[in-house]
Design a binder for this molecule. Sequence first.
Ligand code: NDP
Length: 322
Amino acid sequence: MKAIVINHTGSEDVLVLADADDPVPQPDQVLVEVSAAGVNFIDIYQRSGLYQMSLPYIPGSEGAGTIVAVGTEVTTLAVGDNVAWTGHLGSYAQLVAIPAAGVVRVPDGVTNREAAAAMLQGVTAHYLVTSTFELGAGHRCLIHAGAGGVGAILIQMAKRVGAEVFTTVGTHDKAEIASAAGADHVIVYTEIDFAAAVTDIAGPKCLDVVYDGVGQSVFMDSIKLLRRRGTMATFGNASGPVDPIPPLLLSQLGSLFLTRPSLGDYMQTREELEWRTSELFGWMASGDVNISIGLELPLASAADAHRLLGGRDTTGKVLLTP
Ligand code: NDP
């Protein structure tokens, strides 16, 4: 098969299309012909060496496709079924072998392409608003990078439950995307001080929660906007990892809660995976959540996909098609 194989970590140039052995499914696995693989920031962190990987490896931990073989112990899935996954490496390839317990069926009415686009960022947004800080009507939240993959889904999930949404974006074009997703207040933080803008609109220390995937460049200004006992969910490092802070600062700012959540910890059981994906697919079907695919490239262009995502030049989801 053709796959992107990473032999050493580094710049985008290490993403090279190569011939690789077809994976052979273990007894508990299914072999899937990949229809589309999602491109995510974690792929960049792994490729660059920020997150350690054993080499060589085939990147990509999200996708959807059609089962072409099943292991001897698999009884719940069959050849021809369409399935989607997140959290399993090897997706930048024509074929991938995945434990049957780690995939979900793509429901009727959702294409493999849409499912691939929804899994990682959609489940992330789901756990952030349901489990990290259970968002509800009347809450005020700040969502950074509101035109991005996770950001645009988060906005829609926050509006679904009646929260007031502040969001930041890098450009005016992205502001239109965040507004269309339903954000109440869109701030172009490359032009104005976002913390001052939030305070001007709603007063000092007005937020119940900040969902922050941008990290280093916005962290300190963000936590100062939280109300007493507010929650800072710093879930990503798009601008770089957040610097350490003394716990005492959380006390001084009003007994804040600080968490650095990770998708794997919120997808611990089969039940949790099914709960999150069935709600996500349900909201997609009802129109509450629209997954926007901003860019689709062939597998051979994986390096371009990383350059554009890492360079702030994408909106919504980035997909690779083998
Ligand atoms: P996005 O599509 O949101 O792209 C990242 C965005 O961050 C950019 O488009 C840009 O938007 C903004 N940004 C601000 N500063 C920078 C910078 N210096 N370099 C690059 N981007 C910057 O990506 P994803 O939706 O895939 O991921 C968003 C974040 O969520 C990432 O940090 C990712 O690691 C994290 N994540 C965490 C998960 C978890 O479970 N912890 C799971 C999934 C994702 P703008 O121009 O508008 O500022």
